[in-house]
Ligand binder design. Structure first.
Ligand SMILES: Cc1cc2nc3c(=O)[nH]c(=O)nc-3n(C[C@H](O)[C@H](O)[C@H](O)COP(=O)(O)O)c2cc1C
Length: 401
C-alpha cells in the first residue's frame, strides 16, 4: 500500500506530466493550500527582485562551439573541498514541514541520493540530527541568531556532533521582508490564538484535503526544533517574526561564531563587492551572492547581475556561490561561466517537495542535472570545470571592473 502510494507519487512527477521546474511549480500549486504555496512562490513587496533574478539569466546569451563531440560531460566538482556530483546545492528553505511531512528529512535524503549538498535552515521543523542522518551526502547548517547567542551556540554544538560539514550564516535578514501574499492569506490571523480571526482563512486548507490529512498526521503546526529556548523548549511558530527582529547578525558576531565553529563558514546574502571583501576579512571560506530569492529587500539587483563584480573583487580568495532564479540547468551553466563555483537552488526543489515529497525533490534535481549535461554538450564544453566567460555574452554595463 505504502509502496504503491510512493510509486504513484513518483509517476505523477515523471515526463510528460513534469518536464521542467515550472511544471513542478504548477503541481505544487495544485496540492498545497494557497498560503503554503504563496509562502514558497512569493517575494517581498512588488516582487521586482524576484522577477529580475530570473530575467537576468535571459540577458546572458551563449556562444557555443559547434561540431564538437563530448559524449561524457563531467558535472563533478568540489565545493569547500568536498567532492559533489553536480555544482548544485539545495538552499536553506525554512518551514519545509508545512510543505510535506518531515519535509527537511525528505529533501536531505533526495540530495544525498543525488550526491549533492543539502543546507538545513535554522527555521526548520525537523531536528538537525535526524536531517543529517537522513542524507548519505554532506549537510550544511544555516544559522540565524533567533533565540539569542546561547541558543545559537547550542545549535552549533549539535551541528558539530551531527557531522554537519559547513555553517552558513545568512546576513540579509535584519527583519523579515514584507511578503504581501502572506499578509493577504492571513498568516498573522492563522497564527493568532483567536478562533474568530482565523475563520475567514480556513477554507484554503479545507479545499486541499490530501495535504491537510498529511499535515495533521505529521503532528500539525511544526515547532522550530533547532531553536531550543533554555527553560522553554523548541521555539513556537508564532514567535518567529519577533524573534528574527531581535536577532540581527552583525560582522562582530562573526568573531564568536568563527570561534565556536572551527569548520568552514559560508556567508549568505552578499549583494556587493564591499560586503564580499568583508566576508573574506571575517575568515569565511565561501560566500553566496544572494538576495534571499527576492524575499527580503525588494529593488536590489539580480544576483547574476552583481556576480561579475563580486568575482572580480574576491574570486581568487574565496569560493563564490550564487542563488536566485535557478530554474534550468542552463542557468547553472551561466552562473559558472561568470565565475561561480556552484549554485544554490531554493524554490526549484521546494516546488518538488510541495508537489510530491521525495519524488518531487529528486525530480527537480534530475531535471536540473539533465539540463546541465545537455547544455554542456550543446556548448561543446566537456566539463563544468571548463565553463568560462568565453561561452557567454553579457550586457556591457554589467562589467564595472
Ligand atoms: C520558502 C523559502 C524559505 C526560505 N527560507 C530561508 C531560510 O530559512 N534561511 C535562508 O537563509 N534562506 C531562506 N530562503 C532563501 C533561499 O535560501 C535562497 O536564497 C532562495 O530561495 C534562492 O532563490 P530561488 O528560490 O529563486 O532559488 C528561503 C527561500 C524560500 C523560497
Amino acid at each position: 500500500m505504502f509502496r504503491s502510494a510512493q510509486h504513484d507519487k513518483a509517476r505523477s512527477v515523471q515526463s510528460p506530466r513534469v518536464v521542467n521546474i515550472e511544471d513542478l511549480r504548477r503541481a505544487a500549486k495544485r496540492r498545497l493550500p494557497r498560503i503554503v504555496f504563496d509562502y514558497i512562490d512569493g517575494g517581498a513587496e512588488d516582487e521586482w527582485t524576484l522577477r529580475e533574478n530570473s530575467l537576468a539569466f535571459e540577458a546572458v546569451t551563449f556562444r557555443p562551439r559547434c561540431a564538437v563531440a563530448n559524449p561524457l560531460c563531467d558535472l563533478r566538482t568540489t565545493v569547500l573541498g568536498t567532492s559533489v556530483s553536480t555544482p548544485l546545492i539545495l538552499a536553506p528553505v525554512g518551514s519545509c514541514r508545512l510543505m510535506y511531512p518531515r519535509g527537511e528529512e525528505v529533501a536531505a535524503r533526495a540530495a544525498g541520493a543525488a550526491g549533492i549538498i543539502y543546507t538545513l535552515s535554522t527555521l526548520s521543523g525537523c531536528r538537525l540530527e535526524d536531517v543529517a542522518a537522513a542524507s548519505k551526502g554532506p549537510v550544511w547548517y544555516q544559522l540565524y541568531l533567533v533565540g539569542g547567542r546561547d541558543c545559537a551556540l547550542a545549535a552549533i554544538e549539535r551541528a558539530r556532533n551531527a557531522g554537519v560539514s559547513a555553517l552558513v550564516v545568512t546576513i540579509d535578514t535584519a527583519v523579515a521582508g514584507m511578503r504581501e501574499r502572506d499578509v493577504r492569506n492571513g498568516a498573522k490571523e492563522l497564527l493568532s490564538g483567536k478562533f474568530g480571526a482565523k475563520l475567514p482563512f480556513v477554507n484554503q486548507f479545507l479545499t486541499k484535503p490530501r495535504w491537510l490529512a498529511a499535515f495533521l498526521a505529521d503532528g500539525g503546526l511544526m515547532k522550530f526544533e533547532n531553536v531550543v529556548i533554555p527553560g522553554k523548549g523548541p521555539m513556537l511558530y508564532a514567535d518567529v517574526t519577533a524573534a528574527l527582529e531581535q536577532s540581527v547578525v552583525t560582522w562582530n558576531d562573526l568573531i564568536w561564531i568563527r570561534k565556536a565553529w572551527t569548520g568552514p563558514v559560508v556567508i549568505k546574502g552578499i549583494h556587493t563587492a564591499d560586503d564580499a571583501r568583508r566576508a573574506v576579512d571575517a575568515g569565511a571560506s565561501g560566500l553566496v551572492v544572494s538576495n534571499h530569492g527576492g524575499r527580503q529587500l525588494d529593488d536590489v539587483a539580480a544576483t547574476l547581475r552583481v556576480l561579475p563584480e563580486i568575482v572580480a573583487a574576491v574570486g581568487d580568495r574565496i569560493e563564490v556561490l550564487l542563488d536566485g532564479g535557478i530554474r534550468r540547468g542552463s542557468d547553472i551553466a551561466k552562473a559558472l561561466c561568470l565565475g561561480a563555483r556552484g549554485v544554490m537552488a531554493g524554490r526549484a526543489y521546494a516546488y518538488g517537495l510541495g508537489a510530491a515529497g521525495n519524488a518531487g525533490v529528486a525530480r527537480a534535481i534530475e531535471i536540473l542535472r539533465a539540463d546541465l549535461v545537455r547544455t554542456l554538450k550543446l556548448l561543446g564544453c566537456p566539463s563544468v570545470a571548463e565553463l568560462d566567460r568565453s561561452f557567454v555574452d553579457i550586457p556591457h554595463d554589467w562589467l564595472r571592473n
